[in-house]
Ligand binder design. Structure first.
Ligand SMILES: C[S@@+](CC[C@H](N)C(=O)[O-])C[C@H]1O[C@@H](n2cnc3c(N)ncnc32)[C@H](O)[C@@H]1O
Length: 290
């Protein structure tokens, strides 16, 4: 079942680097539909040593089969979960963060992530959160919108798009917004003209980069000696943060407590990108506590 809802990316590579063994403990910070977790569990055979985190209620509900086998499932952001686990003195042999949205987010129009199908302007990963895309789009001032589009979307036409949003709002649906953006964009690009803007708004709604920056230092501490941390990112903004944090922890220092297992990020091969388009932009970096 897990495989059909959301195909786990770089699964074989993740298993090679995290190297699960019987009895190992595992923390999955973005458990989603449990694809990676299931493969890890088959090797560790230790459900009670698994902690699975997701801030999306639909994903958490899909993880009940792990819970009934004895795993701990936390409906929380990975930042909140990491604080709780650290203060509870928990440590793990393997930690995985497979960042971003799931296929189900993108495919369920009512969640408001997709610009090709009509849905409410929502984009919250955690349905309990207050901030929605509608609030960002309909109430932020033009300078704030421009900043979001530039910073989180690396959108060269941020100023023009922000001005178009302000003059055409309020927007109720994803497609209304996508059409207003498309009107002020040059034609002929291979990707949909609203792609960068939607990414930017989604990152702002979910504070995705802030979550990552504040959580990475805790993940290093949550590793047992010998433990492995893998992070899969899906765009350059995330990857830059991971790369920098990993470099700071490992470096060339002879006394560093961690070492890099991936000198360069690992990407998917052609076979995987053909069968799973989400894998095209995936990059895996792994480090190990000494
Ligand atoms: C790419 S999917 C993970 C898929 C999973 N590895 C699998 O094999 O099914 C990312 C998941 O992480 C969750 N997520 C993203 N950011 C999060 C955060 N800051 N805290 C907790 N969960 C988060 C999303 O709700 C989504 O379900």
């Amino acid at each position: 079942m897990h495989q059909t809802i959301h195909k786990p990316v770089l699964l074989g590579t993740v298993l090679t680097y995290l190297a699960p063994e019987r009895g190992n403990s595992y923390l999955d910070l973005t458990a989603g539909y449990g694809g990676h977790a299931q493969a890890v569990l088959e090797r560790t055979q230790a459900p009670s040593l698994m902690t699975l985190v997701d801030r999306d209620e639909t994903a958490v509900n899909a993880l009940t089969s792990f819970e009934s086998q004895g795993a701990t499932v936390l409906h929380a952001s990975f930042e909140e979960a990491s604080v709780t686990l650290l203060s509870g003195g928990k440590r793990f042999d393997m930690i995985l963060a497979d960042l971003g949205v799931s296929s189900l987010h993108l495919d369920t129009s009512s969640r408001g992530f997709a610009f090709r199908t009509t849905g409410p302007l929502d984009m919250r990963m955690d349905q309990r959160a207050e901030l929605t895309a509608a609030t960002v789009v309909n109430t932020y001032n033009q300078a704030e919108l421009e900043g979001i589009l530039r910073r989180y979307g690396e959108e060269p036409r941020a100023r023009t798009i922000a001005a178009a949003i302000v003059s055409h709002r309020p927007f109720a649906t994803t497609t209304e917004l996508a059409e207003a953006i498309a009107k002020v964009m040059p034609r002929g690009s291979k990707v949909h003209p609203a792609t960068r803007s939607f990414q930017a708004i989604r990152i702002a709604v979910n504070d995705e980069l802030g979550q990552l920056e504040r959580s990475l230092p805790m993940w290093f501490q949550l590793l047992k000696p010998g433990g492995r941390l893998g992070v899969i990112s899906f765009h350059s903004l995330e990857d830059r943060i991971v790369k920098q944090a990993f470099a700071d922890m490992t470096g060339d220092r002879y006394d560093a407590d961690y070492h890099l297992l991936t000198k360069h990020p690992v990407v998917a091969d052609d076979t995987e990108t053909v069968s799973n388009p989400r894998a095209r932009s995936a990059k895996l970096r792994v480090l190990q506590r000494k």
